[in-house]
Design a protein around this ligand. Structure first.
Ligand SMILES: *Cc1c(COP(=O)(O)O)cnc(C)c1O
Length: 347
């Protein structure tokens, strides 16, 4: 028998579900705009400069930025700046670019991915040392290493800075580039205390999301070397991402960078609260390292998620026996405490 649906009181499916706050909307309303395809939107320019300043430092390779509609597009363009069609990117087997981008990289970029299984999605320099291979007759050579920080399917796991530095050194030694999918790099920064500038020294290209925990309605920024900026903008246009008065959206991103980074500590505290509540009730929980909680259930994760939905808690099943709960701007400590009880009951 099906339970009647109730209005959800907490949406833990993703941190993409956040809605712009009134102050963010006010910033959008006031944004000065122009045509960004002509490079004439001052608010887009301000956002790109601001994002770049956060990651730029003396040792950084990132010297310019391009505002793009989505994280998928930022990854796609970033990877294509380092690998041409017919070339290869290596990454972990649970990477977002492999699991959640509808094979866009294969279809639109013609780039091959080669993967390996890892602990929590985090590659090590030793694994990459075995994976990276030089071009030879009949052998596709590796052009780029892709890292995801934090790692989504790995449970919001954070790369230790030391590991990133070892990987950067290996990439230099082997002559390959590094692309970082930093959709949630903000969470990594807040959880580990690593300066964003230190992350800027690791990547040749870095994709960051404004529309996840930061709470902007739309948008990602691709950081890259200045000499690649024009070709990145051409590819963005080719993919249908040439937008016009995008300053309205950039204003939300600027607001988020100014006001919503450090507050992610609250999301991490709420995730820890949820995990503790679930463990108290005997559930098997992984993490959290940041804002993602993975719950292992004996069977039928989709069925459990369906029962939770009927009780007002929205969750994502991410495998036959795994549920994922993500905390964000629109989640409170009270609602996660209640959610822990509902989830335990439904399991
Ligand atoms: C959400 C996400 C993206 C891309 O997101 P869009 O929905 O395209 O903005 C990329 N990488 C990771 C790890 C993500 O979680």
């Amino acid at each position: 028998m099906s339970t009647p649906s109730v209005t959800p009181f907490v949406d833990l499916r993703s941190d993409t579900v956040t809605r712009p706050t009134p102050a963010m909307r006010a910033a959008m309303l006031d944004a000065e705009v122009g045509d960004d395809v002509y490079g004439e939107d001052p608010t887009v320019a301000a956002l790109e400069a601001r994002a770049l300043a956060l990651f730029a430092g003396p040792g950084s390779r990132l010297t310019s930025a391009v505002f793009v509609p989505t994280g998928v597009m930022a990854n796609h363009i970033g990877l294509r700046m380092n690998a041409a069609p017919g070339e290869e990117v290596v990454c972990d087997a649970e990477a977002h670019i492999v699991a959640h981008e509808d094979a866009g990289l294969a279809l639109h970029a013609g780039v091959q991915t080669r993967t390996t299984l890892t602990d929590r999605g985090l590659l090590t320099a030793a694994q990459l040392d075995r994976l990276i291979r030089p071009h030879a007759p009949y052998t596709v050579g590796t052009k780029v290493v892709e890292l995801e920080n934090t790692h989504n399917r790995g449970g919001g796991s954070v790369y230790p800075l030391e590991t990133l530095r070892e990987i950067r050194a290996l990439a230099d030694e082997r002559g390959v580039a590094v692309h970082v999918d930093g959709a949630r790099i903000w969470n990594a920064h807040v959880a580990s205390g690593t300066a964003l500038g230190a992350y800027g020294e690791i990547a040749d290209t870095l994709a960051v999301c404004l529309s996840k925990g930061l709470g902007a309605p739309v948008g990602s920024v691709l950081l890259l070397p200045a000499e690649k900026r024009e070709s990145a903008r051409v590819l963005r246009h080719r993919l249908g991402g040439g937008w016009r008065q995008a300053g309205i959206l950039a204003a939300a991103g600027l607001y988020a960078l100014d006001h919503h980074i450090e507050r992610m500590a609250e999301d991490h505290a709420n995730a820890a609260l949820l995990a503790a509540g679930l463990r108290e009730r005997g559930l098997e929980v992984r993490g959290p390292e940041t804002n993602i909680v993975l719950v292992d259930v004996p069977a039928d994760a989709a069925g459990v998620a369906g029962r939770c939905r009927a009780q007002g808690v929205l969750l994502g099943p991410t495998g036959p026996r795994t549920l994922r709960a993500i905390t964000h701007l629109d989640v409170t400590d009270k609602s996660v405490a209640q959610a822990a009880q509902v989830i335990a009951d439904c399991v």
